[in-house]
Design a protein around this ligand. Structure first.
Ligand code: DC
Length: 323
């Protein structure tokens, strides 16, 4: 497997993707301090020696991209700019290569603007973590409903917060699963009645304060694309890229209707539009972290764009900003 000067794979690759060099790599061909190839300048091996082949005297490498990166940095060859890359046929198939830099993309906007679907697709393309913060508020809304607590009663909601253990896990399906005290509530939080609970609890400063560190912590540990209402303004004010995604209320209501229909829980358009306007109003008129575009956010209106066009537009914007 390869680590090349100025380039490396950002994503940890599964062991099956290891490139087995034909005939193995001789120990003597690699500088053990830097993992640099002694034969090919600029070629680095990313891996940890797992065993020595008794017959050839070479060794097998276990994929550990971080090792190669650290070795490259220690050798002073990685200066953050992209220079050249050595491909093998396996590597050509793995398209998601970007220079590693820890960064955050904040995506804010009203319900139904397409934030989650787009952010998720972009995360997969860039190989970074997607965090749907609405799902976290929904989890609190769900907990509040299940306990029969009035969601606007701040004292009552605050009283149950210490009992809530909110967890997130990313499964093989790429979905962000939400855990509430160990129970997977990913499906339950999407029930239509939870939307209003989420909107109501999200207006409570106690709830926002409770979740702030959790969200920031994710961005400290990973490169993220995080979607919500206050990511660019409050949660990650230093995000490298800020996008405010919007669309007309009518288009958003149509999209929501389609989504509900596909989920098998259809609702009349008028009702969806009314609720959407109500939520927009609540989300943007609350005192605590109201929905608004950060001053340095790029506003993208997707009313006239389909999914593919929106995704490409956002990817182009992100790449441009990151450069
Ligand atoms: O994005 P969503 O519809 O799943 O979000 C559910 C509710 O949570 C929504 O009414 C707004 C609120 N929310 C918020 O206040 N701040 C966030 N960062 C994310 C969501």
């Amino acid at each position: 497997c390869l680590y090349t000067q100025g380039y490396y794979f950002y994503k940890p690759m599964p062991v099956e993707n290891a490139i087995i060099t034909s005939g193995g790599v001789k120990v003597g061909e690699i500088d053990p301090k830097t993992m640099a190839s002694k034969k090919v300048p600029g070629l680095y091996f990313a891996g940890e020696i797992i065993d020595v082949d008794a017959y050839t005297g070479g060794f097998n490498l276990q994929i550990a991209w971080a090792t190669g990166k650290a070795a490259g940095e220690a050798a002073g060859v990685f200066d953050g700019t992209i220079k050249e890359i050595y491909f093998t046929h396996r590597m050509r198939e793995m398209q998601t290569m970007i220079p590693e830099k820890h960064y955050a993309v904040a995506v804010d906007g009203p319900s139904g603007a397409g934030k989650s679907t787009l952010a998720k697709a972009i995360a997969a393309k860039l190989g970074i973590l997607y965090v749907d913060t609405g799902a976290i508020y929904r989890t609190i809304g769900y907990a509040v409903k299940r306990r029969g607590v009035e969601p606007r009663d701040e004292a009552a909601v605050r009283a149950i917060l210490p009992e809530l253990e909110i967890g997130m896990s990313y499964e093989a399906d790429g979905e962000q699963h939400m855990l509430l005290n160990g129970q997977d509530v990913t499906r339950e939080i999407r029930l239509p009645e939870i939307s209003m609970y989420a909107s109501a609890v999200s207006a409570l400063p106690a709830v926002r304060a409770f979740l702030l560190e959790m969200q920031r912590d994710l961005a400290r540990k990973h490169s993220v694309i995080m979607d919500g209402r206050d990511i660019g303004t409050v949660v990650l004010p230093d995000a490298e890229v800020k996008i405010f995604l919007t669309a007309s209320a009518e288009v958003r209501a149509q999209r929501r209707c389609l989504e509900l229909e596909q989920r098998g829980t259809p609702k009349p358009y008028d009702e969806v539009l009314r609720e959407l306007n109500e939520r927009d109003y609540n989300d943007s008129h609350r005192a605590a972290a109201p929905l608004r575009a950060a001053e340095d956010a790029i506003v993208v209106d997707t009313s006239a764009l389909d999914f593919d066009a929106s995704r490409e537009a956002l990817l182009a914007l992100i790449r441009e900003r990151l450069q």
